[in-house]
Design a protein around this ligand. Structure first.
Ligand code: SAJ
Length: 442
């Protein structure tokens, strides 16, 4: 088996520099930080993104939800961005960081990734190292992407070019675990490709790089780590629904359980599981295993439980309105928060959007306020959101919502608060005679 040796300097670049050149395809929350980090570590970096709005924001050096360190790197020097895949020609290392979403029916949608591979394949040259960071299920590289790359390029993986998979591990909004600090796993189409890619990551990260035996193992690692999180969240969400009947505060119980110094990992219930990773990745594994003759009942049940939390949350509101002899039809509700996690503007798979849809279907009108997403809010302040509201539903625990105090609700004569993230001090509302319902606590 030939081995692919990464050229020290392929001189494909006009600069004639002996610094390696990196082309990053997909400049979202994964691709842009890694591009800026590689450049900061001395690589010549350019980016490709098909979204003109993204290219415009990067050229203007104003991109939402970037960690402060990368905000500074971008502010200091913009990044060469284009939608022309010919840029790949001059690269030594090509990184693909495009989204791998699911369709409405929860089946994996690999089209964006397959299109990127088709475009890269047409530009691929001997000596190229290709790294896939997008989240993919086991078998994707060997069974789907390599055939595309070889067909489009006429080259042979392992002989002419190297392919590696390093699943992204980005935690948007986390200033502690920035991407340079997060350990990574790497698999390669050949041991040589794996080693070459691992050496690249070791040159830009301040964190361990763990080499897997096969590329399938690297694909499986990401599925496992995010399915682990999804099933643990489903566990506490089921407890929350059970303990609501048992009149036990599930958050107090979970915090009590987390005093155990071993064998327990705290997760917390909420109005649902959003984002581009946790509610998506398990479906990739479920689907691939099904095709190969195994039914993931446990993973599927966890998805079912987590997907039921928006309805459970609205159910708490309906219970309280019914107690007052009214209903959702014609009610006016303050919906606070649209993003899937606090202090970011990302609404992908957000439970808040599901709650909004259910409330609309049940005939309620809404004041919608998310300080991070003004363009989808119809009011632009807490006081305005509460004005004339029959109840409040908090769907995202933005730090700014700490100002949602009993005094504020009393001032606007709002007597029901549904705390979808168990974010607020429940006792203070009860003491003010306001009905507080959390997820598994009241
Ligand atoms: N959630 C809960 N209860 C929990 C934790 C999360 O309901 O105990 C909900 C959140 O509200 C959110 C969703 O789940 O709607 C996802 O939350 P998340 O904290 O997992 O946020 P993500 O999607 O940004 O997850 C990322 C993931 N990183 C990667 O996939 C590389 C995930 O693997 C990390 O575990 C997570 O960050 C993290 O640890 O913060």
């Amino acid at each position: 088996m030939h081995t692919t040796t990464l050229p020290q300097s392929n001189n494909r670049t006009e600069t004639g520099s002996d610094r390696l050149t990196v082309a990053v395809i997909g400049l979202g929350y994964v691709g842009l930080p890694i591009a800026l980090l590689a450049r900061d570590k001395g690589y010549i970096v350019s980016g490709i993104d098909t979204d003109p709005a993204k290219r415009k924001a990067i050229k203007a050096r104003v991109v939402a939800d970037l960690d402060p360190r990368f905000e500074r790197l971008l502010a200091n020097e913009s990044l060469t961005v284009s939608n022309d895949y010919a840029l790949v020609h001059d690269a030594d290392i090509i990184m693909i960081c495009v989204p791998t979403p699911v369709r409405e029916d929860h089946t994996p949608d690999l089209e964006p990734l397959k299109n990127a591979c088709r475009n890269v394949g047409r530009q691929l040259l001997p000596g190229h190292m290709l790294i896939i960071e997008s989240t993919i299920h086991p078998g994707t590289c060997e069974e789907i992407l390599l055939p595309i790359l070889e067909e489009e390029s006429g080259l042979i993986a392992g002989e002419d070019f190297g392919l590696a998979h390093c699943p992204e591990r980005v935690n948007p909004g986390d200033d502690v675990w920035t991407i340079d600090k997060i350990a990574r796993v790497i698999g390669g189409s050949t041991p040589s490709a794996r080693r070459q890619a691992a050496n690249f990551y070791r040159s830009i990260l301040d964190a361990p790089v763990h080499e897997m035996e096969t590329i399938r193992e690297a694909e499986a690692v990401k599925m496992v780590e995010n399915s682990f999180r999804d099933i643990n969240i489903a566990f506490v969400n089921e407890l929350a629904m059970s303990f609501t009947k048992l009149n036990i505060d599930v958050v107090n119980v979970l915090r009590g359980a987390s005093t155990k110094p071993f064998g327990f990992m705290l997760h917390l219930p909420g109005c649902g599981v959003g984002g581009h990773c946790i509610p998506v990745d398990p479906y990739y594994l479920i689907d691939y295993a099904r095709i190969n003759g195994f039914a993931h009942r446990f993973l599927s049940l966890a998805r079912e439980i987590n997907n039921s939390m928006p309805e459970f949350t609205v159910g708490l509101l309906e219970e309280e309105l019914t107690r007052r002899g009214t209903s959702l039809r014609g009610a006016h509700i303050a919906l606070l928060g649209l993003s899937y996690k606090p202090n970011v503007s990302d609404m992908r798979e957000s439970p808040a959007l599901e709650i909004k849809e259910i409330l609309e279907k049940r005939g309620a009108t809404m004041a919608i306020f998310d300080p991070y997403i003004p363009e989808h809010s119809n009011v632009h302040g807490l006081r305005e959101a509460l004005h004339g509201a029959d109840a409040v539903v908090l769907a995202t625990s933005h730090d700014a919502f700490v100002e949602l105090t009993p005094d504020l609700l009393q001032a606007e004569d709002v007597s029901i608060i549904i705390d979808g993230r168990n974010f607020l001090a429940k006792d203070s509302f009860a003491e003010a005679g306001i009905t507080y319902r959390g997820i598994g606590r009241s």
